[in-house]
Design a protein around this ligand. Structure first.
Ligand SMILES: Cc1cc2nc3c(=O)[nH]c(=O)nc-3n(C[C@H](O)[C@H](O)[C@H](O)COP(=O)(O)OP(=O)(O)OC[C@H]3O[C@@H](n4cnc5c(N)ncnc54)[C@H](O)[C@@H]3O)c2cc1C
Length: 300
């Protein structure tokens, strides 16, 4: 019995047994296509469909969003995502495709979103029916994120968005984006606000997504251009000018350091594992790549 299993409450032990039973009968079939190493490199619809079907099945079985409240599509449990993750890792299930949604958008919406946004957005995010991307980086705002220039201009109860985001992983499949935008040109950090944007619904109507091709020939990153995109004020998270504070919530969770739902939920996003397998696989690859490795750009 693992150290964490020993300290489990009866409810958690019962949940672990349930996960184990379900996984015993429902480990997904092997992927019909080669999968990339991480969700951020999903390139084809076939890869996405396979991974989304897996996330939906796991969600329906109660293995995703375990610690989120029931009214937001979660399981209403206490520190059970960690248990589901351990059990999934034990049998080697695939990763979940909605990695930005689960790890960054969901906790940000949970902590800063209106009641309506939480009820409307979180269930389909957790089930993977709606994929999310992150619109933070810009050509002139990377490490210095507070230099963001994408501008949201107020017009009645709407915002008109113009700007250029870059390195936007998964934007080519995303329904929604978490967006950091400038609403005041005077202050730097204080001039930022935070929105959720239905980018898929706005494709060709104020939103353009352009893939960026990497040195490996793979896609995964995109540029996203906004041209007079109109969104409702209801899509704003927290107050106007509080965007930097909201972005810090997102980045805290991106680094795996945030209390995901409650302090008890241990900062785990669904599917996150303690796996150190990547490092050992990399060492194996280096061992077997031989003397030609430095000349082969993909290995380098
Ligand atoms: C796998 C991957 C996925 C990503 N997905 C997303 C995404 O979905 N959405 C998104 O918004 N962004 C994404 N990013 C972008 C990532 O957040 C950027 O790499 C980051 O914003 C850095 O910006 P930049 O690449 O423009 O580098 P720059 O900010 O130009 O920095 C380049 C180098 O200069 C150094 N540097 C910068 N400023 C200083 C300074 N003042 N003093 C000393 N050194 C400095 C940096 O440390 C770095 O080494 C992703 C990146 C990666 C690698």
């Amino acid at each position: 019995m693992s150290e964490s299993a020993r300290r489990e409450s009866p409810e958690q032990a019962e949940f672990r047994a349930r996960c184990r039973r379900w996984l015993g009968a429902n480990v997904p079939p092997p992927a019909p296509v080669r999968l990339p190493q991480t969700a951020l490199e999903i390139m084809t619809r076939a890869q996405l469909d396979y991974l989304c079907a897996w996330q939906k099945a796991a969600y329906d079985a109660g293995l995703v969003g375990c610690d989120y409240p029931v009214e937001y599509g979660g399981g209403g449990r206490n520190d059970c995502q960690r248990i589901a993750n351990e059990e999934m890792q034990r049998v080697g299930t695939p990763y979940f495709p909605n990695v930005i949604g689960l790890g960054m958008a969901a906790p940000t919406i949970f902590h800063h979103g209106s009641e309506q946004l939480k009820r409307e957005l979180l269930p389909k995010l957790l089930s993977g029916e709606e994929i999310w991307c992150q619109g933070f980086s810009e050509p002139g705002a990377g490490s210095d994120l507070a230099s963001v220039q994408t501008f949201a201009e107020p017009r009645g109860d709407k915002w008109i968005i113009n700007g250029h985001k870059v390195w936007t992983s998964l934007a080519h499949f995303a329904s929604w984006m978490i967006l950091l935008a400038r609403t005041d040109k005077a202050g730097k950090h204080a001039g930022l606000s935070y929105f959720v944007v239905p980018i898929e619904a706005a494709l060709g109507k104020g939103v353009t997504v352009r893939p960026l091709i990497k040195i490996t020939g793979e896609t995964g990153f995109n540029e996203v251009l906004f041209e007079d995109l109109e969104i409702d004020d209801g899509m704003r998270l927290d107050e106007v000018g509080k965007g930097w504070t909201v972005a810090m919530t997102t980045l805290l969770h991106e680094r795996g350091a945030g209390p995901l739902v409650t302090p008890q939920s241990g900062g785990r996003r669904a599917g996150e594992s303690e796996d150190t397998g990547n490092a050992s696989r990399l060492i194996e690859l280096a061992r077997h790549a031989g003397a030609t490795a430095p000349a082969r750009p993909t290995i380098r």
